[in-house]
Design a protein around this ligand. Structure first.
Ligand code: PLP
Length: 391
């Protein structure tokens, strides 16, 4: 078995040992329900509130504006459903063509319930034009929901301009900050968005815990009703994972600038080497503004899904910008929205570096990738479509 070479940190991250240590007591002796009045429960509540401070600090929010929940997807669903429930007469939602499925699937569903959805386009660099947003807003618009940073390309949307427009037009703004948090500085207080989604497992904490930021002046109605989280999200809290989320947020904040600089320099070296030494490689997405850890590349003539299987044999984990469904490979909606052809999209790979990625690992990746790409290309008949390698 080859040594793991993990370049898929936008999919999920390993749990940081300090995060694991912080959560362990809450899986063992400290098992109290944070709503219980005796000290075992009060300690759990206090630990959870410490985590609330830590998460709030990472994103420039107040602790009272952080609602813990199960994941980024829940946060996004809650924000959009809250906004439309508050203004039931407004039946128009604005989002973009390159959102995460958490937003897309909900908006597609709401379209079947009579909502009009505007899918804002992006340019060939994956960038959104704020003027398009401005002109899409109507008196019927209930909410604008947009990514802070794209999970496939790392492209960062013009968040300040977007927030200024929605503030001027008095339309609630939800930002999916799941990929941005911990990778770039976030100051929600200054920005003035009404809602933001966060997820712990992109931050070196466990899966199954997230948070919704709701600005204290924003109108809000919960999706899950119950007494927890001051009635803003029902369900007994996952204390151990919330404590882990808090610790992860504290570490992310402490390391943010130094980690971003180090990771960006490794990513740039990785990307430049492939672009300059392997023929037929192209980057998808603008160079800047972009997350420091993400590189999305098209390798002309290969089939990304097959590359993933061959990489896996060498321990290398990354993602294809496509999903296999019922035997057919659907090209990434993000790349096709950027004007990338379906064939090019099927030949695209996303590499996402992390806090523990080393120069030695990048060098190993730079040895593996060109070799596998050459193998895939040599297996392709001249002028034909890529061959599936089954070994
Ligand atoms: N939004 C973005 C941009 C993501 O990348 C993800 C996860 O991949 C999510 C939302 C969903 O987060 P979760 O996995 O916590 O539901």
């Amino acid at each position: 078995m080859s040594e793991l070479l993990y370049l898929d940190h936008n999919a999920t991250t390993p749990i940081d040992p300090c995060v694991r240590d912080a959560m362990l007591p809450w899986l063992e002796n400290e098992f109290g329900n944070p709503s219980s009045v005796y000290s075992l429960g009060r300690r759990a509540a206090a630990a959870m509130n410490g985590a609330r401070d830590q998460v709030a600090s990472l994103v420039g929010a107040r602790a009272s504006e952080i609602i813990f929940n199960s994941c980024g997807t829940e946060a996004t669903n809650t924000a959009i459903l809250s906004a439309i429930a508050i203004d039931p007469d407004k039946r128009h939602i604005i989002t973009s063509a390159v959102e995460h499925s958490a937003t897309i699937k909900l908006c597609e569903y709401l379209a079947t319930r009579g909502y009009e959805i505007t899918w804002l386009p992006v340019d060939s660099g994956g960038q959104l034009d704020p003027d398009d947003l401005e002109s899409a807003i109507t008196p019927e618009t209930a909410v604008v929901s947009l990514l802070w940073a794209n999970n496939e390309t790392g492209v960062i949307f013009p968040i300040e301009e977007i927030a200024a427009i929605t503030a001027r037009k008095k339309v609630p703004l939800h930002l999916d900050a799941v990929q941005a948090a911990g990778k770039v500085p976030i100051d929600l207080e200054t920005l003035g968005a009404q809602y933001a989604s966060l997820s712990a497992h992109k931050l070196y904490a466990p899966k199954g815990v997230g948070a919704l930021y709701v600005n204290r002046r924003a109108r809000y109605t919960p999706m899950l009703r119950g007494s927890q989280e001051e009635t803003k999200r029902g369900g007994t809290q996952n204390v151990a994972s919330i404590v882990a989320f808090g610790k992860a947020a504290e570490l992310a904040e402490a390391h943010l600038l130094t980690a971003a600089e180090r990771i960006a320099s490794l990513r740039d070296c990785f990307e430049q080497t492939l672009l300059s030494t392997v023929e037929g490689v192209r980057r998808n997405g603008t160079d800047e503004p972009r997350l420091p850890n993400t590189s999305n590349l098209t390798f002309a003539g290969i089939e990304a899904e097959t590359a993933l299987l061959l990489f896996d044999k060498e321990g290398l984990c990354c993602s294809a910008g496509s999903a296999c469904s019922s035997g057919s490979i659907n090209p990434s909606h993000v790349l096709t929205a950027m004007g990338v052809t379906r064939d090019e999209a099927r030949a695209s790979l996303r590499f996402s570096l992390g806090r523990t990625t080393t120069e030695a690992e990048i060098n190993r990746a730079l040895e593996i990738i060109p070799r596998i790409v050459a193998r895939l290309r040599s297996a392709q008949p001249a002028g034909g479509s890529p061959v599936h390698i089954t070994s």
